[in-house]
Design a protein around this ligand. Structure first.
Ligand code: AMP
Ligand code: MG
Length: 331
């Protein structure tokens, strides 16, 4: 009897080795969005999934400004005083601060109170009072990282909405490495991690199209971890008097960016860079994004209101929807 059990076990192991490692899939909510994980991880796949879930919960407790006890919420509620923070958060904020400066302030993680004023998620959205927008824009917002901790202006609030999902992709890549995962596709809102030696085909969402509809397909080869992030004005926002008021704010005006762009997709060496770049390039527009993208070894696909598609950097892409037309981005 024992011999039979051993033979069965051996057969199972051989079949696992012979065919592709089994798939493990999981979809759940974290970071205020849908997280979907599809991985082929051999015998440690379930372990990897569990670790991803746990890590996402910890990230929410670090970064979500609406969770009262998160590290970010504690900084926001400290009335301008420095708050001691984890080494991890210090590391991310230091990188973000440098990136923000390099983007000429296009990425600005101190706009939380302006986003609150616009209240894009409201059931009955309305235009905010322009004098209030000005007041919140002019308030001392600066982020300071010192030996004592981190502080943000008393009348400002940190909001890592533009980078958190990318940071999460980086953290998940670390877990997949540790667990020996062979292949994985992870999506967190508009941020995607592709893991493994395969060629991946990833759709770029049709702006204003149905969920799951894409106008183009990216081919990504290279192995290891690859990161793609999209920022779109179709995401959170409202339409009023023929204008689209959406969640990506121009730090110069405190109002939603109105530059004719509808989405920006970035491929970058790390998740946080892809995420930070997609937001920053949306704010900067095509021409001002050139240097920032190349300094970050990244490439981008811009889509404008006329369904013109502009590419900066090396991108392998097929446009699958004839309404969208590839157009040269003149310097
Ligand atoms: P994303 O979808 O990655 O482009 O991030 C957009 C989110 O980042 C918004 O929903 C806001 O929470 C926040 N945000 C809006 N404008 C900016 C900006 N100029 N810089 C940094 N964060 C921003
Ligand atoms: Mg972003």
């Amino acid at each position: 009897m024992r011999r039979k059990a051993w033979i069965l076990l051996l057969a199972l192991l051989l079949s696992l080795a012979a065919c592709d490692a089994p798939h493990h899939q999981w979809t759940f909510l974290a970071m205020d969005t849908v997280v979907s994980v599809d991985l082929q991880g051999g015998l440690r796949g379930v372990e990897a999934l569990e670790a991803v879930g746990e890590r996402m919960a910890v990230l929410d407790a670090q970064l979500d400004r609406f969770t009262a006890v998160s590290e970010i919420a504690r900084i926001n509620h400290a009335a301008g005083e420095a708050v001691p923070i984890s080494e991890e958060l210090r590391g991310w904020l230091t990188e973000i601060q440098a990136f923000s400066a390099a983007s000429d302030g296009a990425l600005d993680v101190t706009l939380g109170k302006l986003s609150d004023l616009w209240d894009f998620g409201a059931a009955k959205p309305k235009m905010p009072d322009p004098s209030e927008v000005q007041a919140r824009l002019q308030a001392k917002r600066g982020l300071e990282i010192t030996d004592k901790g981190v502080r943000v202006g008393a009348d400002a609030a940190l909001d890592l909405g533009a980078v958190g999902k990318g940071i999460a992709c980086d953290e998940i890549a670390r877990i997949l490495q540790e667990k020996g995962t062979k292949r994985a596709v992870v999506s967190i809102g508009g941020s995607i991690l592709l893991w493994g030696a395969d060629t991946f085909r990833v759709g770029i969402r049709t702006p204003d199209g149905a969920a799951g509809e894409s106008f183009a397909t990216l081919q990504l080869t290279g192995g290891g971890a690859q990161f793609v992030s999209t920022s779109g004005r179709y995401e959170r926002g409202f339409d009023l008097n023929g204008m689209r008021y959406h969640h990506i704010l121009d730090p110069q005006t405190g109002a939603p960016v109105q530059n004719g762009l509808v989405s920006v997709t970035v491929i970058a060496p790390t998740g946080w860079q892809a995420d930070a770049l997609s937001t920053a390039c949306f704010v900067l527009g095509i021409h001002k994004s050139r240097a920032l993208l190349s300094n970050n070894h990244a490439a981008a696909v811009f889509v404008d209101e006329q369904q013109r598609v502009f590419v900066l950097g090396e991108v392998s892409m097929d446009i699958t929807d004839a309404r969208f037309v590839r157009t040269e981005a003149t310097p």
